[in-house]
Design a protein around this ligand. Structure first.
Ligand code: PLP
Length: 392
């Protein structure tokens, strides 16, 4: 088998647009049989030819061809050198945090997924890793928060759930001056709309459970890095923690990725319509959508992303109407998660962001009347009509 470098240097892939790469993946066709669907190598171990001869494969916790195909595909999509597919987005976050050690300091976006907050509070802080969560749009604040021991800056952009946009390149310039790594959680926009490694970031990660998988049927996480030495450290860590994604789930993710471009276009097209509907509704006080030209971070979005994605948060005028929406919707589902073909709505304060302190929630505006909508790929008018009838 060719090794990964051969695929990366493959002229055919280099000249292809992202829409084509997602369909064909890294290897695409099984090199041994020609099977168009990449095989699910459902095995725990691999036969050694002899003591002297080795193949690339030894034991499935360390390497599995189906997972490898997914990791290579993600490297091409994110323009990275090494990829790691793990069994949830939180496993991806934990894998990246394993690069930190006692005495280090990490700065994170203040508006961030609650599970990441929990990991910082419950795992990093107790073992002596310091942290600050700040508004990473404020570069002066970032500069004044940096300490001698700052080793990592962790950005979630657009942020969850307030849809703030941090300037990835500007943060990288500041971080790299002091030798800190920049990590971007790219779950919301995916490489179809945003490629952080091309903007200078060192590490990009995903909850693959969301848009990459795209069908609300698999839990997965992905990490992609540019630097081989960081890749080596993560590889060892993955051997140790055993978090590698199983072959079946790797295949499901690979299949989801084939339609990533199509789905992201439709999510965005629908989100623009739904956001405009909500904005003009008498019971909606505010809509947070990065695609609005008057969004405070619109210029940053235009500079670093090629689209707006499908996520919207909005503030309802009172709890009675929040309950009406959550109880009366028929097409949209009240459920956690996002990024699937089905429209899902959640109530961040009681579901996804319970780990965030009340003080921070109040500061950010995560109140009991805030809802977060992951706009699916159904007909946009059907989604709008569902919200309309629920609010009647
Ligand atoms: C932005 C973001 N990052 C990471 C995660 C964690 O992913 P998972 O649920 O796959 O562990 C989530 C989950 O909602 C998320 O929204």
């Amino acid at each position: 088998m060719k090794n990964f470098k051969d695929y990366k240097n493959n002229d055919k892939k280099e000249n292809l647009k992202l829409e084509s790469i997602v369909v064909h993946g890294a290897n695409g066709v099984d090199p041994y049989t020609g099977s168009l669907s990449y095989p699910i190598y459902q095995t725990a171990t691999f036969k050694h030819p002899s003591i002297e001869d080795r193949t690339n494969y030894n034991y499935a916790r360390c390497i599995n061809p189906t997972r490898e195909e997914l990791e290579r595909t993600m490297c091409i999509l994110e323009d990275g050198e090494r990829g790691f597919a793990v069994n949830s987005g939180m496993a991806a976050v934990s894998l990246v945090f394993s690069l930190l050690k006692k005495g280090d300091h990490i700065i994170l976006s203040d508006d961030i997924y609650g599970g990441t907050v929990r990991c910082v509070d419950e795992v990093l802080n107790p073992i002596g890793i310091e942290s600050n969560r700040i508004d990473l749009r404020n570069l002066d604040l970032l500069k004044s928060t940096i300490k001698e021991n700052t080793k990592m800056i962790f950005i979630e952009t657009p942020s969850n759930p307030m849809m703030r946009v941090a300037d990835i390149k500007a943060i990288c310039d500041i971080a790299h001056n002091i030798g800190a790594l920049v990590v971007v959680d790219n779950t919301f926009l995916t490489p179809y709309f945003q490629r952080p490694l091309t903007l200078g970031a060192d590490i990009v990660l995903h909850s693959g459970t969301k848009y990459l998988g795209g069908h609300n049927d698999v839990l997965a996480g992905v990490v992609v890095v540019k630097d081989e030495s960081i890749g080596d450290k993560l590889e060892i860590q993955m051997y140790i923690n055993g978090a590698g994604l199983g072959p079946m789930d790797s295949w499901i993710l690979l299949r989801g990725i084939k339609t990533l471009a199509l789905r992201m276009k439709k999510h965005e097209e629908n989100a623009i319509k739904v956001a405009n509907f909500l904005r003009n509704h008498e019971h909606i006080e505010e809509v947070y959508f990065v695609g609005f030209e008057d969004h405070s971070d619109y210029e940053t979005t235009k500079k670093q992303s090629t689209g707006f994605g499908g996520m919207i948060s909005f503030r309802v005028d009172n709890m009675e109407n929040v309950n009406k929406i959550l109880n009366k919707i028929k097409l949209i589902t009240f459920a956690e998660s996002l990024g699937g073909v089905e429209s899902l709505i959640t109530h961040p304060i009681s579901r996804t962001h319970t780990e965030v302190s009340e003080e921070v929630r109040n500061e950010l505006g995560i109140t009991d009347t805030l809802l977060r909508l992951s706009v699916g790929i159904e007909d946009a008018d059907d989604i709008i009509n569902d919200l309309k009838q629920a609010l009647e």
